[in-house]
Design a protein around this ligand. Structure first.
Ligand code: NAD
Ligand code: LEU
Length: 364
C-alpha cells in the first residue's frame, strides 16, 4: 500500500510500527488527529492476512475514533493500535508490557483501551508500563469492561432512531434482529428484552446463541439467514462491512442500529439505505458509550457522570437526523458533518496565541 499517499488523503498525523523480537510483538499504533486532544482508541488483536491489511485496519480504525470522539463531544483525538496475532494463542504478559512501553514512549499523545481481541486483564498488564491506558480493572479505580456501557448507549441510540422511524421510542413489541450476541449485544439484548422487544439472534458461537435463547426467549437463526428475517430493526453487533450491495436488498427492517464499527462497506451503502427508506443510526455515534466511559477515567472515574454522558447518545442521534433532514443528506454524512464541524471550529480556536503554552492573561 502507498502509506504516505493514504495518510495524505485523510490527513493522518503519525504511524508507529512496534517490534519486540523476544515477546513476538508486532504492533501498529496509528494517531489520526489530535486537534481535540490526545488520541484515544482501543487495541485490536487479530490475525491479519498480511501486514498491509493490518496497517490499513489501524489507519481506518484510528480515523473512525477521531470521528467517534468528536461526535461524542469528547476532548479527545482519534487513534488505534493493532496487534498482529491470535488473541487465543499469542497473548503473553511480555507482549502487552512491550506494547505498554511503546505507548509510554508516545508520552500521552495516544491513550489505549480494549477493542476486539483484548480484555480488561490485558489493559491491567499494559498499565504496569504506562499511565496512558484506560478500561483498566475497577480495583485500580478504573471503569473496567466497556461493553455493558457501549450496550446501554446502543440501546438509547436505537430508541432515538425508532422515534424517527416509528414516531415513538418505545421498543415494546418491536422485532429486533441481532447479528452477533457477544459482549456488547448480550447486554443490549438484556435492555431490549426488559422493554418487551422480541429478539431474533444469530452468532457463529453456538454458546452465545443458546444463552440468548434461554435468558431472553430469543428466536435463533443461522448466520446466513439474519438478513432475511422479518423485523423492525436490524442490529449489527459483530462485524464491519455487513451493509453492502448484497445485504441491503435482503433487509426488511425500517431501522439499522447496532454496535459494530464500520458497518457500511462503502459510503454509497449509506445512500442506498436512505433510498430504501431505512433509518441508519451511524455506527460511531451509537456505539460511543464505551469510549465515553473509559474517557471518564482521565478525570478520575465517576460512574454516574459517565452514564449521564452516555445518555446523551439519544439526543446526539436525534441531532444527526435533524442535520440530515436540514441539509438533505443521508444520516452517515450528517454524522461526519457534525464531527468535522466541531474539529474545524476547535482547530480555529486553538490558533489563539499562547505564551509558553499559557494564556496571556496568566502573565498579567
Ligand atoms: N466492546 C465495546 O465496548 C465496543 C465499543 C464500540 C464498538 N464495538 C464493536 O461492536 C462489535 C461487537 O463487539 P463485542 O465487544 O461485543 O465483540 P465480541 O467479539 O464479544 O462479539 C462479537 C460476536 O459476533 C460473533 N460473530 C462473529 N462473526 C459473526 C458472523 N459472521 N455472524 C454472526 N456472528 C458473528 C462472535 O462470535 C461474537 O459472539 C465489534 O464490531 C466492535 O468493534 C465494541
Ligand atoms: C476505547 C474503546 C472502549 C473503544 C472501543 N473499542 C470502540 O471501538 O469504540
Amino acid at each position: 500500500m502507498k502509506i504516505f499517499e493514504y495518510m495524505g488523503k485523510y490527513d493522518y498525523e503519525q504511524l508507529v510500527l512496534c517490534h519486540d523480537e523476544q515477546s513476538g510483538l508486532k504492533a501498529i499504533i496509528c494517531i489520526h488527529d489530535t486537534t481535540l486532544g490526545p488520541a484515544l482508541g482501543g487495541t485490536r488483536m487479530w490475525t491479519y492476512d498480511s501486514e498491509d491489511a493490518a496497517i490499513e485496519d489501524a489507519l481506518r480504525l484510528a480515523r473512525g475514533m477521531t470521528y467517534k470522539n468528536a461526535a461524542a463531544g469528547l476532548n479527545l483525538g482519534g487513534g488505534k493500535t493493532v496487534v498482529i496475532g491470535d488473541p487465543k494463542k499469542d497473548k503473553s504478559e511480555a507482549l502487552f508490557r512491550a506494547l505498554g512501553r511503546y505507548i509510554q514512549g508516545l508520552n500521552g499523545r495516544y491513550i489505549t483501551a480494549e477493542d476486539v481481541g483484548t480484555t480488561v486483564e490485558d489493559m491491567d498488564i499494559i498499565r504496569e508500563e504506562t499511565k496512558y491506558v484506560t478500561g483498566v480493572s475497577p480495583a485500580f479505580g478504573s471503569s473496567g469492561n466497556p461493553s455493558p456501557v457501549t450496550a446501554y448507549g446502543v440501546y438509547k441510540g436505537m430508541k432515538a432512531a425508532s422515534k424517527v422511524a416509528f414516531g415513538e421510542d418505545s421498543l415494546k413489541g418491536k422485532v429486533v434482529a441481532v447479528q452477533g450476541v457477544g459482549h456488547v449485544a448480550y447486554n443490549l439484548c438484556k435492555h431490549l428484552h426488559a422493554e418487551g422487544a422480541k429478539l431474533i439472534v444469530t452468532d457463529i458461537n453456538q454458546a452465545n446463541v443458546d444463552r440468548a435463547v434461554q435468558e431472553f426467549g430469543a428466536e435463533a437463526v443461522s448466520p446466513d439467514k439474519i438478513y432475511d428475517v422479518d423485523c423492525d430493526i436490524f442490529s449489527p453487533c459483530a462485524l464491519g462491512a455487513i451493509i453492502n450491495d448484497e445485504t441491503i436488498e435482503r433487509l426488511t427492517c425500517k431501522v439499522v442500529a447496532g454496535a459494530a464499527n464500520n458497518q457500511l462497506k462503502e459510503e454509497k451503502h449509506g445512500e442506498m439505505l436512505e433510498q430504501k427508506g431505512i433509518i441508519y443510526a451511524p455506527d460511531y455515534v451509537i456505539n460511543a458509550g464505551g469510549v465515553i466511559n473509559v474517557a471518564d477515567e482521565l478525570y478520575g472515574y465517576n460512574r454516574d457522570r459517565a452514564m449521564k454522558r452516555v445518555e446523551t447518545i439519544y439526543d446526539n442521534m436525534l441531532k444527526v437526523f435533524e442535520i440530515a433532514k436540514r441539509d438533505g443528506i443521508p444520516s452517515y454524512k450528517a454524522a461526519d458533518r457534525m464531527a468535522e464541524e466541531r474539529i474545524a471550529a476547535m482547530r480555529k480556536t486553538r490558533s489563539t496565541f499562547l505564551v509558553n503554552g499559557q494564556s496571556i492573561l496568566s502573565h498579567r
